[in-house]
Design a protein around this ligand. Structure first.
Ligand code: AMP
Length: 517
């Protein structure tokens, strides 16, 4: 497949319509070109999550002020073409200005107050231009998922708001910031920096690192953190700080107490080059994706009582408010409703061979931990699972079994809440419909048990026996059930301990799973 280069709106609409009828989901990665590793990380993520990817390259004049660098913004079409062809994206949409803003164009999107602070205050009208062009691109490409970078934190929040407020049928996925070895966030404008500038520019990320370290060490006073950040900048007179702030990610309002999930924003000028950067505060060791999850699920502060500091442990148990947030972060390599489906398409020549569906706990934080990702390298989970099912390896496993999960949020940690289980049960029901010859279901652990009882079998809470009690005597339990999607057919359900659960282990199910129900 060669990458298709598209320069007109009409051709893009026609191409996207054709692609959408065959490939779903369709991704859009909007960029202004002069591509670098940051952009390419979005493209890679889009390729993982979607069947087809459209990258747009458009230096949008409406987001540049009259004294800004529109004319000298870096443009490098030859190299962009090369990079995107190597990335094997389906199409690149690179329209000239008159295609996107033809004569007579007069409708603009006003994103409201959040577009007037920080970057919006420094660059009046900037986000009006961004929101307008992004909406236009969404309507032209009509992608299912659009990918944005955390690098432009305020822009990403504004786009999420735009999608929410105008009910746009697109899901926004956010990818973490890609940095140079010295910490400098990758940016198209970095090409303007001399070697000496580069040293000074690294202060942005250094100040953010320092701020996060303070927060991690227990400093909750945002003003003290900001003081320290300003000190870092004072040491380099060539760097002119436009702003440094610690904000609530939902409202972008400054916070007085820095909490896990709060975001530090900085913007500075180095000669004619403007640089922006940010970091999300989180407990030490949290991955960038988990931090994004933390920020994107942080509620707006309660105006009445003001922000109340939460203990760190609470924020670790990130509340999954809804699937939009859950799927908003790039590390969810397999979005909820495509979770099992993605594997099925790749690993199973025919779904008719699947006799047993195993339902595990949470989707692995790193999908690499799943037996589907590294079938040749069994881990503790897969080894114990194979033992339970009576198979020797992945090839034997996939001859009859498929594995899915009760919850697909990567951030549910040790506590999966009821809402998550209820929400994810929707996807599980869809998956069950894909397996026409299913005979048995193996439920691993308590969350999957609870979800199955409550949201697949629809049983009342009070009638469900506690999991520990159910498994107490034999280490497993089973029952025969009927599900609407299988009509009058009986289905056997086996309840077992999660394969890596403490020191409790269920006996092998091999004998029972080879019998017909
Ligand atoms: P731009 O071409 O600068 O408009 O950026 C296009 C997209 O790439 C935006 O969603 C940016 O946030 C994202 N992006 C730019 N730089 C980076 C980076 N260093 N890491 C991750 N994403 C980035």
């Amino acid at each position: 497949m060669s990458t298709r280069w598209i320069f007109t709106v009409a051709e893009m609409i026609a191409f996207a319509t054709e692609v959408r009828s065959k490939a779903k989901p369709l991704a859009l990665v909007p960029t202004m070109g002069a591509l670098h590793e940051g952009h390419l990380s979005l493209v890679r993520q889009a390729k993982i999550q979607c069947d087809a990817v459209v990258v747009s390259i458009f230096v949008n004049p409406t987001q540049f002020g009259p004294t800004e660098d529109f004319a000298r913004y870096p443009r490098n079409p030859e190299k962009d073409f090369e990079l995107l062809e190597t990335s094997k994206v389906q199409a690149v949409f690179a329209p000239p200005v008159e295609e996107v803003f033809p004569a007579g164009f007069s409708t603009f999107v006003d994103p409201g107050h959040i577009a007037t602070v920080w970057e919006g205050a420094q660059r009046p009208g900037h986000f009006r231009g961004v929101a307008t062009v992004v909406l236009r691109l969404f309507n032209i490409v009509r992608a299912d998922i659009a990918f944005f970078g955390q690098k432009d934190f305020q822009q990403m929040i504004i786009i999420r708001r735009l999608v929410e407020d105008l009910n746009l049928p697109v899901r926004i996925v956010v990818c973490p910031i890609v940095r140079e070895a010295d910490g400098l966030a990758r940016s198209s404008r970095n090409v303007f920096l001399s070697a000496e500038d580069r040293k000074a520019a690294a202060l942005l990320s250094r100040s953010l690192k320092r701020a996060e370290a303070m927060a991690q060490a227990g400093e909750a006073d945002a003003e003290k953190i900001l003081e320290e950040m300003r000190k870092t900048f004072a040491a380099e007179p060539r760097l002119k700080l436009d702003y440094a702030a610690v904000v609530n990610p939902a409202t972008l309002e400054p916070v007085t107490h820095a909490l896990p999930g709060s975001v530090a924003l900085v913007a500075a000028r180095l000669g004619r080059v403007r640089l922006i950067d940010n970091t999300i505060f989180g407990p030490p060791g949290l991955s960038p994706e988990m931090k994004l999850q933390l920020a994107l699920t942080t509620p707006a502060p309660d105006k009445e009582s003001g922000p109340t500091p939460r203990p760190e442990i609470d924020s670790l148990r990130v509340k999954i408010e809804n699937c939009r947030d859950c799927a908003a972060v790039a590390s969810i390599a397999l979005p909820p409703h495509e979770f099992l489906f993605k594997y099925l398409k790749r690993d199973y020549p025919t779904l008719e061979s699947i006799r047993v569906l195993v339902i595990g706990g949470c989707a692995p934080i790193r999908p690499a931990g799943s037996p589907y990702c590294h079938p040749e390298e069994p881990n503790r989970f897969s080894t114990r699972l194979y033992e339970l099912l009576g198979v020797g390896n992945f090839a034997e496993f996939k001859a009859r079994f498929a594995l899915t999960d009760a919850a697909r949020c990567h951030a549910v940690g040790n506590r999966v809440d009821e809402r998550t289980l209820e929400y994810c049960a929707k996807h599980l029901r869809e998956e069950l419909k894909l397996l026409p010859n299913l005979q048995s279901i193996v439920i691993l652990g308590e969350y999957a048990y609870w979800q199955f009882q409550r949201h697949i079998l629809g049983r009342e809470r009070a009638t469900i026996r506690p999991f520990a009690e159910l498994l107490k005597s034999e280490g497993w339990a089973h029952e025969t059930v009927r599900l609407a999607c299988f009509g009058e057919r009986d289905l056997r359900v086996f309840y077992c301990y999660y394969p890596t659960f403490e020191n409790k282990k269920s006996p092998s199910l091999a004998r029972h799973l080879s019998e017909k129900p």
